[in-house]
Design a protein around this ligand. Sequence first.
Ligand SMILES: [Zn+2]
Length: 636
Amino acid sequence: MKNRTTITVNFLLLLILLTSISVAQSPSLYIPRNIIKAYEKGTRSYDGKPGANYWVNRTDYKIQAEVFTKEHMVKGHAKIKYYNESPDTLKQLAFRLYQDINKKGNSRLTQISPSDETDGVQIDTLIINGKGFNTKERGGVFRRGTNMGVNINQTPLMPKSFLEIEIRWSVIIPRESRLRMGAYNDSTLYVAYWYPQVAVYDDIDGWDRNNYTGETEFYNDQNNYDLEITVPAGYIVWGTGAYQNLQEILKPEIYARYKEAMESDGVIRIIREEDLKNGATLKNEKTTWKLKAENVSDVSFATANSYVWDAVSAEIDDKGGRVLTDAVFPTKSKSWADVAYYAKLSVEKLSKQWPGIPFPYFKITVFNGETTGGGGMEMPMMCNNGVSGSATGQAGVTLHEIAHNYFPFYMGTNERKYAWMDEGWATFFTSAMLKDLVPGADEFTGNVIGVGKTMGIEMDLPMITPSITGGPTLGFNSYVKASVSYYVLKDVLGDDLFKKALHEYMARWKGKHPLPYDFFFTFNDVAKEDLSWFWNPWYFERGFPDLGIKNVKSKKGNAEIIVEKKGIVPVPTDLIITYADKTTEKIHKSASSWKKGNKELKVELRTKKEIQRVEIDAKLVPDANEKNNVFEMKKK
Ligand SMILES: [Zn+2]
């Protein structure tokens, strides 16, 4: 008995080992040479987990800044501690000066108004570990595009150690070309991409030296921030982090409303129109607002003196966890009256349904920057959104931007190279749950039609193409194609397994910097299947989805439908069978029907009824050519 058990156990172990090897060594996916090195160094692993040698750097920022609203300028002083967790000795530091996008002569992938051109971010003081640097591009400081490099080869930053940086700077906030932020009028500013930020140093590229061109967005470490923002009298500040001195600033009745909103299920107007007339704050001189945030990838803030402030709280778990969701907008704005409530519903749906992980931050503020035109921009704990013409649009942009707090902020994905790794999820979550915010709202159908129309055209590049290369279908790839590919995969794996894999991916990589391969391999690992048959056509190859009906044979209670896969991209098969008696039947097969590389799928049907017509239903499945979707039976 003992022996036999041992043999069985050994045999099982061997089987498990063989299975795990076959999945873990799977790369039947193309992996670029520089990324292969990460697997060799053990910072990544073919089972999708961070490797034993994985590391991630981080920064502590203590920033004091003053906003000069009339001049549209922010002046700041930062004390920064940068921790090098890598095994590398760093002889250079890389900083991002995002607003150098507006510097005269710099290249960008977006147009800006000539009136917004500046001389770039002004750096007055730069001290690293007590050593002052001449910031006029001499003495080891060089500026290229939106990056500033500093040579520290004389006193390099050793592995597992930190250095201290002191920096004084000023930046002009753009008035016309308000790319995700800006001065909306003389008394309303959204300040983002605003402080000298230590770039990401990672195991793949070393320093991230990709420029901010106006097209792609975040790639940040998880940092700690201590902010002091000084604004003129009468201005309120909303920003990333927890208020440290709100009670000392706001009038008691207004502060009481804020506290009440933290536990409230109904929207409370914290600052009302009459408060703006009578002064909402205790002081009538310039005021310093203190905020603190830990383990966030960025900080931004808004300031205005004529905006109302709505707030309510969202329940994020069964243990009474709550998140403050608030909306800040001009007094007369009608379309924004529901935004705080949309934000509450968004946080609740995201926490409990998709991705189904409690919201990672204790608050989310939705600020109305642009007062004409929709669209929006995410920042950790903040959104800067426009005005949409419809409830569906306003709720949709609210949900989408709030969803970004998971991807890329909680997860630390690299949007400059893989925008689909965050935009795809934000789009997926929105199309899955928008109907719960606004009954009848549908974003999904449009996305499916978009994939059918666009995938496989000349300008459509594979999703794996680094986003920094831009191109006309960058947006299509990142938002639409990626979100639809997640749907198709969810249909393959089923909701439970798909969610299990998503949760495992998030648990493994939160606060780190997952690559596409970490996502692919984690899903392979959890599904216990090499899903390359799916990843390759959807992410690496050029092609499109197109199913057609080749033939239908029917006799004596049996029918055989031959579905043909004419495009390389695997999609589900939705069939509608219409019988002579006008009744219909639907058949659904997931995209896994194509996993063996077969070009045909035989669907067998037992029926005594006479089939009149068989049709591929392309409403929920992208399809490049709908002309081959209908098969009419010949009249007998
Ligand atoms: Zn987005």
